[in-house]
Write a protein that binds this ligand. Sequence first.
Ligand code: S3P
Length: 435
Amino acid sequence: MAEIRTIEPAEHGWRGTVEIPGDKSISHRSVMFAGLGNTPVHIRNFLHAADCLSTVGVMRALGVDVKFLNENELIVTGNGLHGLSEPMSVLDAGNSGTTLRLMMGLLAPQPFLSVFSGDASLTRRPMGRVLRPLSEMGARIFGRSGNNNLPLAIVPTEGKLHGIRYESPVASAQVKSAILLAGLYADAPTTVTEPYVSRDHTEQMLAGFGVRMERSGTSVTVFPVEESGYRAPDEITVPGDISSAAYFLVAGSIMKGSRLLLKNVGVNPTRTGILDVLAEMGAHITLQNERTSGGERIADIAVAAASLHGVSFGAEIMPRLIDEIPVLAVAALFAEGDTVITGAGELRVKETDRLRAIATEFQKLAPGSIEEREDGLVIHGNAKIARAQVKSYGDHRMAMSLAVLGAAADGVLIEESDSVHISYPTFFSEIERLS
Ligand code: S3P
């Protein structure tokens, strides 16, 4: 229960400009994909946070050279598509599902053994969803509890993996990306179909490395690539993370007197569900200076306080705002009327069971205002909110959402608040500066 942090009410709202830190998903991928090339790649605006550093640690253990020029800038030099080397010890994915799941896809076709461990949270999360399709391709992966949990061992196969057509039961970018990465090394093209399109950074970025990718509706096909066809770019600039901007989008909307400008935010349409939902709730949010950088759309986002009203949303939009549910639940508490969230069962297998965590902890601040459902939440707006001590369950997105909730109401004491180091190490110093 280390690190109880007290957040005081922000009486005049939050005002100012926030440089949003680099996108977590793109930071992971930039190091992984650059590490498969054989020329140096200069990565800028890298997210220097625990999750992405787990990926750096794993790539280094596989023989990739990673040099930090400063916290957010690094040079990654790989040894080619077939140049990863057998790690000397167990690979540690830490708290990071993205590291573990994407690396499972990348390591399944390699001619050496790798073994993964991770922290207590990651050790509870389901890996069968990745292991099963990779096994269909011919991969040999073994894990605890019937091949579903860490620790996991990835054993080399005799021949190449096989290209498959896979209909994924979940809209998950981690599952999709693992299969596409294995598909780079397969004997034929591989197609993944999802119920709804999840974040498409893997397909966009791999196309930038010369990999042939084809999209059709909710399906995407990767074509196996030759060593000579895989060309790393000289530079990658990571856009700001809309999932980190989310805390300010909501705080700026619900706290009277707020006026914020969020700089360099990635607005890839597979990630902007929060903008759509907040707009429907009546938020005052405008995109400025829209531009494209390295194939990704970015913008500065202005937000000012507004009167929100409740909304309903479900499965279809879920992949586009999957990490923003905790903070959208905060917005809903301050809205007029009820907000009904359905199709959110995936939240039960995130860093913690976020539906349970939101219902339990928000309730301590706003008794009677949240109902937990099997696959969602019902949140009664205009909630009466008091000061309380709450748990983050070591989940970074719970900690930041609870901080916004407390700042907008009567303050809050947050247990294990240091979990913000997973995706936003400077979060608490930023909010102090703004209030
Ligand atoms: C991510 C995909 C999402 C998201 C996670 C990052 C990625 O997970 O929740 O924070 O970088 O691919 P799922 O694929 O499990 O939905």
